[in-house]
Design a binder for this molecule. Structure first.
Ligand code: ZN
Length: 198
């Protein structure tokens, strides 16, 4: 990176820390940023700082929000007795896009993975258990259909069933190993409607 000087090198190394950005992409982005109008660069950095400082977890469902609770949790028309458990905010967005689910969510921010050393205490499970002390009819487990997602589903089921709450798992319409956010809305809806008891 000495070829372009320390300041570019610094920008490239910061950008390459982002997920999915390799050395080449980081270099391309760095040059693009340098060629951008000054006010656009300021707007970009300000929006990053602003989001970082003001976005946090919803105190109910743990999704990202800049309010106290997110718009879904704050919506009284949603069925707060049905909670869909998802791995991340992108999965929540995928189900929201179907427009057919009227319950609320719980975002775990990960899945249990003994191989990666991610245990139940590393995801937002404790927060889910706190919510279950309230009036809840059903937990729909919509974690990904892979090793980690299944392990997480089994773990939650074991915890929740003794509480007398119905626990269901989205159907296998979702391809094995499939990431929920890449699956089309029809498939998601079919998976939701065909959910089975755990
Ligand atoms: Zn919320």
């Amino acid at each position: 990176m000495d070829l372009y000087g320390e300041k570019i090198g610094n920008l490239v190394s910061q950008l390459s820390r982002l997920p999915g950005i390799g050395a080449k992409s980081a270099q391309r982005l760095a040059f693009h940023i340098i060629n951008m109008p000054h006010d656009q660069v300021v707007a970009l950095t300000n929006s990053m700082i602003n989001a970082k400082e003001n976005v946090h977890y919803c105190k109910e469902c743990c999704t990202f929000t800049d309010g106290d609770v997110c718009s879904i949790c704050a919506n009284e028309k949603r069925n707060h007795k049905v909670i869909m458990v998802v791995e991340n905010t992108r999965d929540l967005a995928a189900y929201e896009k179907t427009g057919k689910y009227d319950g609320v969510y719980h975002v775990l921010h990960g899945a249990i993975s003994p191989m990666l050393g991610i245990g139940p205490q590393d995801i937002k499970l404790r927060e889910l258990m706190v919510r279950l002390a309230g009036d809840v009819d059903e937990i729909i487990i919509a974690t990904n259909k892979n090793l980690e997602g299944d392990a997480t589903a089994a773990y939650i089921s074991k915890l929740v069933k003794p509480m007398g709450i119905k626990v269901t798992r989205i159907a296998s319409g979702v391809p094995v190993g499939g990431n929920l956010e890449y699956i089309d809305e029809v498939t998601l809806l079919r998976a939701l409607e065909g959910r089975t008891n755990l």
